[in-house]
Design a protein around this ligand. Structure first.
Ligand SMILES: Cc1ncc(COP(=O)(O)O)c(C=O)c1O
Length: 499
């Protein structure tokens, strides 16, 4: 650098250009260089490339959280029909076309789809309430508050950009979806990582601890919170009361609560699904601000999980009115609109009994897959692992999250030598089954290195593949992994006693 600046001073222009190019290659923004990769996608790339090199090898993918089923039939049919029938003029220019040219839609998306989503809130969450009261309380969104997005990922970018400036502090759970941290960092926000409780949840109690700590240490205030319930990777689910309490605390502390509800529709057991929208504007006296147009709650959802349409890149958000204009402008500039073909077809996701029947069959399959895996952990078939001690709640979503515990890893001088990263690599190498190590999901600054102690199994695939994969895991675990750990520990002990 110094030589190039002295050259600059000499005005030796042609040499300068060459010197500058060699000594300071353009490596992009500092912010983007600090963003971590999404490890699940890395594993997917490696396994896909491996299969291309050796087509005989069939990798069982229990690492990626995507349904193996395609879009519901009625949705696919609607897409085909939309592509092959005469346009109903989505844009003025398409009206003369023989086929629907799939032009742009409004930035916020097709009105019909937004209407169906609005109705979905009434049907799913508020069926016992009076619509007029709910409207007054802002629990039911106006369609002007519903934005169709390019997956929930597109919604994160819109919401984060609309709500936060560089250096604003945003709270996330210590075990959570990695892209929250990565996108926020790319936007220059500061992360406040809140440790989850022993039920693998971030509740108002954990958020309050972080708020108090920051006040005591005179750190900048938390401006936003993002979390998903059901959670990826833990499968834990907040109860309606826990969601209510988080909304009340965020309201009191003026924190924008972005509630990622992407796994709604896929839940098991007793915890009822509630949307944070129903507590928008609630204060600690449980009263609602009736003129509450400017609540601090943003809901994000997607067609990628329950609706089985991950590649269609479609999601939605419900935004308080004070953000409508800024999000509209951001959407126009960043995405223009979510894919028109996907929007057109997704209308069939709602209020269509055939679609609902098909989607509920998927949930039945997830229930079977989940039961099969949990039974293995509770049966003692995996020596040294148990449901109570090692497995997170698995109340919703399609993930089982496992903590290996101290007994099933090998540490030397506080470095984990054999942890979940090596375990997943070895299992993939020897049995061609892909799991995801916890490094994607855990706080990278955590000193106990939970990411290398935990791993995630996705049971979104076929029951047949889940069974095959888990039977291979039993074999791998009992004949390779725990033997490797025992051997490493014995060798270490022997070395220590002979010292
Ligand atoms: C919690 C959570 N939110 C968002 C996403 C991204 O989904 P989309 O396909 O809607 O962008 C995922 C994907 O796995 C997820 O697990």
């Amino acid at each position: 650098m110094s030589s190039s600046s002295s050259n600059n001073n000499n005005n030796n222009s042609s040499n300068n250009v060459v010197t500058t190019t060699i000594t300071s290659p353009n490596v992009g923004s500092l912010r983007s260089n600090t963003v971590r990769s999404f490890k699940v996608m890395d594993v997917l790339q490696i396994t896909t490339e491996q299969r291309e090199r050796e087509p005989r090898i069939q990798v069982l993918h229990l690492e990626v959280g995507q349904p193996e089923t395609g879009a519901p039939k009625q949705v696919a049919d609607a897409a085909i029909q939309a592509l092959t029938t005469t346009s109903t003029s989505l844009t003025p220019s398409s009206s003369s076309s023989k086929t629907n040219v799939m032009g742009y839609t409004d930035a916020f998306g097709l009105v019909e789809l937004r209407q169906r989503i609005r109705q979905h809130y009434i049907d799913k969450y508020y069926s016992n309430n009076n619509e007029e009261i709910m409207m007054n309380n802002n629990m039911i969104p106006d369609i002007s508050q519903i934005v169709i997005t390019t997956g929930s990922s597109g919604a994160f970018l819109l919401a984060f950009t609309a709500c936060f400036d560089v250096d604003d502090v945003v709270a996330i759970a210590s075990s959570g979806y990695p892209c929250y941290r990565n996108i926020l960092q790319a936007l220059g926000c500061t992360i406040a990582t809140c440790a989850i409780n022993q039920d693998y949840k971030l509740t108002a109690i954990e958020l309050q601890i972080e708020i108090t700590k920051r006040k005591q240490e005179k750190l900048p205030k938390i401006k936003g919170l993002i979390l998903s319930s059901p959670s990826n990777p833990t499968g834990s689910m907040l109860t309606p009361t826990e969601i209510h309490d988080l909304c009340v605390l965020c309201n009191k502390e003026n924190i924008i609560f972005i509630s990622d509800e992407i796994y709604h529709g896929i839940s098991f057991g007793d915890v009822k699904e509630a949307t944070a929208l129903q507590y928008a504007g609630t204060d600690s006296n449980n009263s609602m601000n009736n003129n509450n147009t400017n609540t601090n709650i943003i809901i994000i959802n997607s067609f990628s999980k329950y609706y089985s349409m991950p590649g269609w890149r479609l999601g939605w958000m419900v935004v308080p009115t004070q953000y409508v204009q800024s999000i509209n402008k951001l959407q126009q500039n960043m995405f223009i609109n979510a894919p028109t073909i996907s929007q057109t077809a997704a209308v069939q996701c709602f209020n269509n009994p055939h679609t609902t029947e098909e989607l509920e069959k998927h949930v039945t399959k997830y229930t079977i897959n989940r039961g099969f895996i949990l039974d293995i952990f509770s049966s003692g078939k995996l020596r040294g692992l148990s449901l109570e001690k090692n497995v997170a709640p698995a109340d919703g979503g399609f993930y089982i999250y496992i903590d290996l515990g101290d007994d099933n890893i090998y540490e030397n001088n506080e470095n984990i030598i054999l942890g979940s990263v090596t375990m997943c690599e070895k299992f993939l190498d020897e049995y061609y089954v892909a799991f995801t190590p916890g490094i994607d999901f855990e706080d990278p600054n955590d000193l106990t290195n939970l990411g290398n102690r935990r791993f995630r199994i996705s049971y979104a695939g076929s029951t047949e593949n889940i069974k095959k994969a888990m039977n291979k895991f039993i074999l791998f675990w009992n004949t390779i992994w725990i033997i490797d750990i025992a051997t490493a520990k014995q060798t270490k002990k022997r070395r220590e006693t002979t010292k």
